[in-house]
Each structure stands twice: as structure tokens, then as C-alpha cells.
Ligand binder design. Structure first.
Ligand code: FES
Length: 233
């Protein structure tokens, strides 16, 4: 067993566990966005940043950092809340996240995080990139203007469904998630219409067609329920 401290609490962990997994077992809340149980960690959104006090206060993503013997992890502090809030602010500014006109209003992890972290205003200019909405699929709609590039849809599609329909395209600020490396989604030859990408999406980027805002509640836990039933290699 590995012995470490999280927020001053002594905990034990199994080798290979991440800080996030151990914190969850110990009842310590660490906010996440790109992480989804059942999928491999990607460590890209940086919402789950924690501090390792005896690594000179180094900041690491809790979802993608394996625990080590003797670590002293700070998961809750005013500094971390401020850093997470800043990351969130940049995510809000990058695309169009105007909740009042989003079909996922009330069922959105980005919105929930803003409430949890006390984000009251975005202080940097919104980019409003004006990306083209893809409503070509018979069952689902993809609005890249709502996408936070967490990659949960990409991992759900490749790791769980095995269809590999979704992938990242472009670089830097021009990065988008695309079906078959360039839409339209409705013409995809690989999409199985399983909808796992939609369930994995934390925001209003991937939604079910023809459903009203109140009906857009997703089941992201579905991915873990599927993978837990699979035999491990
Ligand atoms: Fe850990 Fe995104 S949840 S980096």
C-alpha cells in the first residue's frame, strides 16, 4: 500500500491509483471536467489541479497523476479555487457558452462548475468563433460552439464503442472535434448511432435531436457501467 496525505488526512492507496481516485475514496471533493470514470484520463482541462506540498507546491492534474509514497496533497485551498476559476473563465471565453440559449441549460457540467467555483463574470473577451452547427445526423446534433474540447466523446467512441468516429482536427485555438476527420456527421461511415458520445459530453455540444431542454439530462455514468462489466486485460 502507498501512504499519503490529502488535505491533512492520512490515507492509503493501491499502486497505480490516481490522486483523484484516492481523494474520491476518502470523500475529498476535487472538481473535474475532462475526466470521466470509465474512460482513460486525459489531463487536458486542468480543472482538477491540486498542489503537492512536498514537491515545492507543484501543481498537478489529480485525474492523471498516480499517487506516490509520502505525497502531501493539498486539494482544497483558496489558491486552488482561484486557479480553477481562472481555467473555467478561459473555457467560457473560448466558445459560445451563453447558458440562457443553450439546450443543455440546467444539465451542464460547465455550468455546474461555474456555480461550484463561484464564477460570476468572465473578465476576458469572448471569442465567439461562429463555428458551423452540424444537424445532419438523424438522431443527434453537434454544435462545436459549445464544445470544451474535453475529448470525452473521442474517448467514449474509441475506447468503449470502438468506432473511432470522433477525433481532434486542427491545432491550438483552431482545434475542433470532428466526425471522420471532417463532417457532416450524418454522412459518417463509421458512426454506429450508439449515442455514447452524447452521454459522455459534459456540455451542450452533443445533444439528442428533437429533445427539449428539460429532457436533455445525460447519463455520463453509462460509460463506467459498461466498462466495469468488461473483462480486464
Ligand atoms: Fe483532470 Fe481535466 S479533469 S485535467
Amino acid at each position: 500500500m502507498i501512504h499519503l496525505e490529502i488535505d491533512g488526512r492520512e490515507v492509503t492507496a493501491r499502486p497505480g491509483q490516481t490522486i483523484l481516485e484516492v481523494a474520491e475514496e476518502a470523500g475529498v471533493r476535487i472538481p473535474t471536467l475532462c475526466y470521466l470514470s470509465g474512460l482513460s484520463p486525459r489531463g487536458s482541462c486542468r480543472i482538477c489541479l491540486v498542489e503537492v506540498a512536498n514537491w515545492n507546491g507543484k501543481l498537478v492534474p489529480a485525474c492523471a497523476t498516480p499517487v506516490q509514497e509520502g505525497m502531501r496533497v493539498v486539494a482544497t485551498s483558496p489558491r486552488l479555487t482561484e486557479l480553477r476559476r481562472r481555467v473555467l473563465e478561459l473555457l467560457f471565453a473560448e466558445r459560445n457558452h451563453i447558458c440562457a440559449i443553450c439546450v443543455s441549460n440546467g444539465h451542464c457540467e460547465l455550468q455546474d462548475l461555474a456555480c461550484e467555483l463561484g464564477l460570476e463574470a468572465v473578465r476576458v473577451p469572448y471569442r465567439f468563433p461562429g463555428l458551423t452547427l452540424d444537424a445532419s445526423h438523424g438522431k443527434f446534433v453537434y454544435d462545436p460552439n459549445r464544445c470544451v474540447l474535453c475529448g470525452r466523446c473521442v474517448r467514449a467512441c474509441s475506447e468503449v464503442e470502438g468506432a473511432m468516429t470522433w477525433g481532434f482536427s486542427g491545432r491550438g485555438i483552431h482545434t475542433t472535434v470532428e466526425p471522420d476527420l471532417g463532417g457532416p456527421w450524418g454522412s459518417s461511415e463509421t458512426c454506429t448511432e450508439c449515442g455514447k458520445c452524447v452521454q459522455a459530453c459534459p456540455v451542450g455540444a452533443l445533444v439528442e435531436r428533437g429533445k427539449a431542454t428539460a429532457e436533455q439530462e445525460k447519463e455520463p455514468q453509462l460509460l463506467a457501467q459498461i466498462t466495469e462489466r468488461r473483462p480486464r486485460a
